[in-house]
Design a protein around this ligand. Structure first.
Ligand code: AMP
Length: 183
């Protein structure tokens, strides 16, 4: 299933729970734990992602902490390639490169191990996260892949909150794909 039908997309969307006012008032949190614990939804999503990327000759999947780890590690295993974690500052134990990005109030920072791609220059890397909102996290993560010597061939999200326009932050950095769009 390289391309999902509208009814398959609706099924996946309905498997994701909306939690209003989490983590703060006014935010509708897209809770993917209800997709993960629905075996049919989880399988449909992973089958779709595996079909989309099986012929992409990827070297690595890089996932953004923490929900990007769940989809990214499962996908890397399905594709028979390595997985690379992109983590919040201070969590990775060996030598890292860091990238700061602006939040609504203040800054956050993500890191990757310098040797994440095993010295393979131009490694083809798929970036994955559960959701893109304002796009700051994904843009910083895609820059880290580049700075660690990889090529971010696509940034993939289960959900794009399209009304926030976050994918624009990826323009000129990496192409993007979202399984589901919230308009
Ligand atoms: P952003 O940098 O604004 O694109 O935020 C993306 C990151 O924040 C992702 O790692 C998401 O998991 C998380 N996130 C932001 N907004 C939401 C939301 N409404 N529901 C669930 N996760 C969110």
């Amino acid at each position: 299933m390289k391309i999902l039908t509208e009814s398959e997309k609706n099924f996946l969307m309905e498997s994701i729970r909306d939690v209003p006012d989490f983590p703060k008032p006014g935010i509708i949190f897209k809770d993917i734990t209800t997709l993960l614990n629905d075996k049919n939804a989880y399988k449909m999503l992973m089958d779709h992602l595996a079909a989309r990327y099986e012929d992409a000759a990827l070297d690595f999947v890089a996932g953004i902490e923490s929900r990007g780890f769940i989809f990214g590690a499962a996908l890397a295993s399905r594709l028979g390639i390595g997985f690379v974690p992109i983590r919040k500052k201070g969590k990775l134990p060996a030598a890292t490169i860091a990238e700061k990005y602006a939040l609504e109030y203040g800054f956050d920072e993500v890191e990757i191990h310098i040797d994440a791609f095993g010295g393979k220059k131009g490694a083809k890397v798929l970036l994955i996260d559960d959701l893109i909102a304002t796009g700051g996290t994904a843009a910083a993560a895609a820059k880290l892949i580049r700075d660690a010597g990889g090529e971010c061939v696509e940034a993939c999200f289960v959900i794009n909150l399209a009304f926030l326009g976050g994918v624009e932050k990826l323009s000129g950095i990496a192409p993007h794909y979202s399984v589901l769009e919230v308009r």
